[in-house]
Design a protein around this ligand. Structure first.
Ligand SMILES: [Zn+2]
Length: 213
């Protein structure tokens, strides 16, 4: 079947809860996704993070893309040139990736120019759909889903816009939980499943960033 539009699911921060719950769900649907994992951060907002090595081994098995997300999850815009160079180069080498997710979305011209030396593509937290061939691969837009704006119907409507307008949507998730969570950046596992059920029925390609570009 001919496909139209493209969808990419990105999970930021490499949470252990995501590793344990989302990986089996994606496997069930045969969907490959992107995981942005900080190189040396044990927890964010009190939530445990699974090591990059474990993420890499699951990626090798299931075909996911593990992408750079800094070392210590600090805002790149607040770093010295030297610190910035290190926070870009080490993850690129260790994770063998040419894709970056700016921690906290923080980027400016200096950060983008430094990032270009190591990466072919980078995702921001700027809201929007991308063209199928994005005009600026170092400033990819996304829809950042959280408790506030995520429901199965709303997410599905975005997917329909992608299909009808022939666009590329990068969906961003952080924490995924079985029970309602107090964390702002969380969605329910059941809702994610409902959304996967819908998008895997569409003639829209679900792909990784590397593969799409
Ligand atoms: Zn992050």
């Amino acid at each position: 079947m001919k496909t139209r539009g493209a969808l990419t699911l990105v999970f930021d921060d490499g949470y252990t809860a995501v590793y344990e719950q989302v990986i089996p769900l994606l496997r069930q649907y045969g969907v490959r996704a992107v995981f942005a994992v900080p190189l040396n951060t044990k927890e964010i907002e009190g939530q445990a993070i699974t090591s990059p090595q474990e993420w890499l081994s699951i990626a090798a098995r299931d075909g996911h893309e593990i992408v750079a997300h800094g070392i210590t999850h600090r805002s790149f815009t607040a770093l010295s040139d030297r610190e910035l160079a290190q926070e870009l180069s080490e993850p690129a080498e260790t994770l063998r990736t040419s894709t970056l997710v700016y921690p906290g979305g923080a980027h400016d011209d200096r950060v983008v120019n430094a990032a270009k030396k190591h990466f072919k593509a980078a995702r921001t937290v700027v809201y929007g759909l991308n063209n199928i061939r994005p005009e600026d691969q170092m400033r990819l837009k996304t829809i950042n889903f959280s408790k506030r704006n995520f429901s199965v119907p709303r997410a599905n409507i975005h997917a329909l816009r992608v299909l009808f307008q022939n666009k590329w949507l990068i969906e961003t998730y952080h924490m995924v939980s079985c029970q309602p969570s107090t964390l702002k950046h969380s969605v329910l596992l059941d809702d994610l499943e409902g959304h996967l059920d819908f998008i895997t029925s569409l003639p829209t390609k679900i792909t990784t960033i590397e593969e799409h570009l």
